[in-house]
Design a protein around this ligand. Structure first.
Ligand code: NAP
Length: 504
């Protein structure tokens, strides 16, 4: 548990909308922020009259921000001054920028806030020192982020404020700053902001209040909570935060799993992870690693397990108590476990693997370990030679005409993104009549429904397996590496499926 508060930030174009949002927010929030900057003065007056008449269950903050600081309207300095010099009836606090701070001195409390939406990374330490010395009750710093380390300055402000006993809210805006919104309260932030629901965000990178409470347990975690996360770019579509957090809860492990949007991997490892050089201590326990860092991460680790080193890619990092970083590859295990459960004779099978990326490498490693005969098909001649040398496997180029290509193949593995959501969603490597003779089709793409290749295989009467079981098996293995506990399979599966259906 921590003492941070959950502030639900609500908007509305009319007083009626705003009051309806307040009613919904008061059931979830410790504090409600009203973003008044999108409303005209007459509607603002109605809201104030209503909230001073009826007893809202939680304290209410009024915010009326300038357009430069992210306000929704085009209010001039005089209009903003008029708001803060006016009545504070019904309100618990005013959230004001420095230029109107003194105008709000008759309000019961003042939150002095600084917002920077540029990507210029201004030096905010002098501003923070000024804010800490001010009579503000709480200070708030929100700056735009493109990469995870861009949020470090606001985190340092939190440290400065904490050591001076000044309540502070640090916010890294954007996907790369989500970690500040989740971990803030655990590290002494006064509160964290959330929209009422997805689609009603009042700032970039906000996480819905239900995800903050249920998935990330933002009020329950504390400084001792071990922090894990998925390191990649992008990470917003990842299922991992949903199933890993569900697994931590169900096994009672004090840990949380975050999306970690990392562009400059070296900067992240140096400034946030490596004990010798890190600028903050977030109590990281390890990472799941995804595109585009699965190979580059290897240069930053102290040791690789056998699978990671032979595959030449790491999808899991475990951080030991002495700070040593160990790399693993659980994709191979995740790939082969469901295949063996569905296809009894992998050992004697002839397998065609399509693709030459990280997933294909893990598949080939696992299949060869089982004793299968493997041929890899790639589209890029330059990658063919390297793949063949690294994994000691036969590699061929994908020909234009595919009829007859699979004669003599028992298992077809598609380790390309064909069929994935996006541009390739409705495409397939093979049509039903090109699959004659194939006994089993394994498409690694993870979707709630069958991919086009799986549908073609079914038309040809062939058994299929999609990427869901691999996702679950590789994630469960990661959980076991990090915690030493057996992963709860049904909880993990249910969490992935629930998230998949939410996204459909
Ligand atoms: P990756 O490293 O980007 O590799 C993708 C490979 O597919 C590359 O060799 C690429 O060729 C090839 N490719 C792309 N488009 C193609 C096309 N139109 N025709 C032929 N080949 C094509 O990606 P990855 O990490 O290996 O992932 C591959 C797939 O596996 C993705 O769909 C991913 O979601 C899935 N996956 C699933 C799981 C799971 O748990 N279910 C785990 C990992 C990956 P070039 O090299 O020529 O670009």
């Amino acid at each position: 548990m921590n003492e941070g508060k959950l502030c639900v930030s609500v908007t509305g174009e009319t007083a009626g909308q705003m009051l309806e949002h307040i009613e919904r927010a008061e059931r979830l929030a410790d504090i409600i922020e009203l973003r008044l900057d999108g409303m005209d003065p007459a509607q603002i007056a109605i809201v104030r009259d209503e909230i001073s008449k009826r007893k809202v269950l939680v304290p209410i903050i009024a915010t009326f921000r300038s357009p430069e600081q992210g306000g929704a309207g085009s209010a001039s300095i005089d209009e903003r001054r008029a708001i803060w010099r006016g009545s504070s009836d019904g309100y618990w606090a005013a959230d004001v920028e420095e230029d109107v701070f003194t105008d709000a001195e008759r309000w019961p409390r003042r939150i002095l806030s600084f917002h920077d939406y540029t990507d210029e990374n201004p030096d905010i330490v002098p501003i923070a020192e000024r804010f800490v010395a001010s009579p503000a009750d709480v200070i708030k710093f929100a700056t735009a982020t493109n990469d995870i380390t861009d949020a470090l300055p606001v985190w340092k402000v939190l440290e400065i404020a904490r050591s001076n006993g000044k309540p502070c809210v640090p916010v890294g805006m954007g996907d790369a700053g989500k970690w500040t919104r989740i971990l803030g309260p655990a590290h002494g932030a006064y509160m964290t902001y959330a929209p009422l629901e997805q689609g009603l965000e009042t700032a970039p990178g906000q996480i819905s209040v239900s995800d903050l409470i249920t998935t990330f347990r933002v009020k329950e975690i504390d400084r001792n909570t071990r922090v894990y996360g998925i390191v990649g770019d992008p990470v917003s579509q990842s299922f991992s935060p949903y199933f890993q957090n569900a697994a931590f809860v169900s096994t009672g492990v004090n840990a949380v799993f975050l999306p970690l949007l990392v562009k400059d991997l070296g900067g992240f490892m140096r400034r946030m992870v490596r004990i010798e050089t890190r600028e903050v201590d977030l109590n990281f326990g390890g990472f799941s690693v995804t595109m585009p860092h699965k190979q580059a991460i290897m240069d930053h680790l102290d040791h690789l397990d056998e699978a990671a080193s032979e595959i030449g890619a790491v999808n899991t990092v475990n951080i030991l108590n002495d700070g040593k970083l160990i790399g693993y590859n659980t994709d191979a295990h995740g790939f082969i476990t469901p295949l063996k459960a569905k296809f009894s004779d992998v050992k004697d099978a002839r397998v065609a693997v399509f693709g030459a990326g990280g997933a294909a490498r893990a598949c080939v490693y696992a299949l060869k370990k089982e004793g299968a005969g493997v041929t890899v098909f790639v589209r890029d001649p330059a990658k063919a030679a390297a793949f063949s040398d690294d994994l000691a496997v036969e590699v061929k180029l994908i020909p234009d005409g595919r009829t007859g290509l699979l004669v003599g193949t028992d298992i077809l593995v598609d380790a390309t993104p064909i069929g994935m959501k996006g541009d390739l969603e409705n495409t397939t490597l093979f049509l039903a009549d090109q699959l004659t003779g194939v006994k089993f089709v394994y498409d690694l793409v993870t979707k709630a429904s069958d991919t086009p290749l799986m549908l073609e295989a079914k038309k040809a009467g062939i058994s299929v397996l999609g990427g869901l079981e691999m996702l679950i098996a590789q994630g469960m293995k990661q959980f076991e590496i990090w915690t030493g506990c057996e992963a709860p399979e049904e909880v993990t599966r249910a969490a992935v499926l629930a998230r998949m259906h939410q996204q459909m």
